[in-house]
Design a protein around this ligand. Structure first.
Ligand SMILES: [Zn+2]
Ligand SMILES: [Zn+2]
Ligand SMILES: [Zn+2]
Ligand SMILES: [Zn+2]
Length: 187
């Protein structure tokens, strides 16, 4: 009996540690949020505001619930619905053009990058002519236009993140308006 109890105690302790553990490494390649550090990532760019991260985060799409034809089409081909201002990538919807542009790449584990130029690009961003691929942080883009969009998007995101007002940061990233400051942002 005593053994069973101590095993349970050990399991509880182990899961408690796991919960508090930093998941930044995973978050970096999954455009995720680390609960421990209270920081999110989009293509390697840090997002320190939970509100901003939430506005950018992809939401799983319920295809049956889509009413707009533009959205239905966009969902099928990872496109953008200009009518609703929603982008779709891998069955997730993005209410921000920036997040949509950043979500279009494929995350690559740093250890899997064999080309030196690409490895260097992954530290920030850059296009490699040899591989015909661009890196934006740990995320790879095979399409030059999509890569260019992502570079632009990340620059806006970094700018937005510097904002002291959370509402303004979100408005900047979503081409919206900050109700607090009564300021509108476009591109
Ligand atoms: Zn962390
Ligand atoms: Zn639509
Ligand atoms: Zn390369
Ligand atoms: Zn504001």
């Amino acid at each position: 009996m005593r053994t069973t109890l101590s095993v349970i105690a050990f399991l509880v302790a182990a899961s408690a540690t796991a919960y508090a553990q930093c998941t930044c490494d995973l978050a970096k390649v999954k455009n995720g949020w680390c609960t421990d550090c209270k920081v999110g990532y989009f293509d390697g760019a840090k997002v320190a505001s939970k509100q901003l991260y939430g506005a950018l985060e992809g939401k799983t799409v319920d295809a049956a619930a889509l009413k707009c034809d533009g959205c239905k089409e966009a969902r099928k081909k990872d496109g953008y619905c200009d009518h609703c201002h929603v982008g779709y990538v891998h069955n997730k919807s993005y209410g921000s053009k920036i997040a949509y542009a950043l979500a279009k790449g494929e995350a690559v584990a740093p250890a899997k990058i064999t080309c030196d130029a690409c490895k260097k690009n992954a530290a920030d961003h850059g296009w490699c002519d040899g591989c015909k691929a661009g890196m934006v942080g740990p995320v790879m883009f095979k399409d030059k236009a999509a890569y260019d969009e992502a570079v632009k998007a990340r620059a806006i995101l970094v700018e937005a993140g510097k904002n002291k007002c959370d509402g303004c940061a979100v408005a900047m990233a979503t081409d919206g308006k900050c109700d607090e400051c009564k300021v509108s942002y476009k591109e």
